[in-house]
Design a protein around this ligand. Sequence first.
Ligand code: SF4
Length: 232
Amino acid sequence: MTTGLSAPASELERLGAEDLIRWAHAEFGERLCLTCSWQKQSSVLVHMVSGLGLGVDVIELDTHLFFRETYETRDRLVERYGLTLIRPTVLTVAEQHTTEGPNLWETDPDRCCHIRKVEPLIQALEPYDAWISGIRRDQSPSRAGMPKVVRSERYGVWKIHPLADWDEQRVWSYIMANDIPYNPLHDAGYRSIGCIPCTRPIRADEEERAGRWAGSDKLECGIHEVIEERET
Ligand code: SF4
């Protein structure tokens, strides 16, 4: 299948994280961006992109329902790396209460995620052709088959996953080796961190994302739907 990219998928799969980011920047130039929600993968990618000196735009996916520690982590990373964040418009929580009813995350979390995550992301990605995201294949079964480069028809961009084949230990080794600021909630049992109403700490024997939408069958916020995408 012709992808329109300068390299075949098999070649891109063999690239390490930094080489994949270099390739993406050469391929897409200023129309490449990175999204952050200030979990440990954000720490890795902000450091990596900054170290490569490529000037990739950083988009903050803020639902306005993050933990205080998450915002403090963002502020530390902004200061350390001199980031200028791009912030898509999000309905305020009060506006959402008025238009959708109170505590939508309890009554219809898919709709809440769509309003607070997917719609702002669609808006944010409009000027771009490619989007770097920190998802990893070992985070959950729903992410296990994620290619390093994949076309998203929903967003009209190429998704770039430099950390797809990293495991959690490798993420931590990289953070510690490079002394990168990270979200302290990770040290308090929150191995995966999202919005306050939908995140809890987990036990050692639970899988990494078990604390997200715990007690429901919801696994993803909808941003990373694999079903709408096709491999390169
Ligand atoms: S994670 Fe919860 S609070 Fe955050 S957008 Fe989704 S449903 Fe709403």
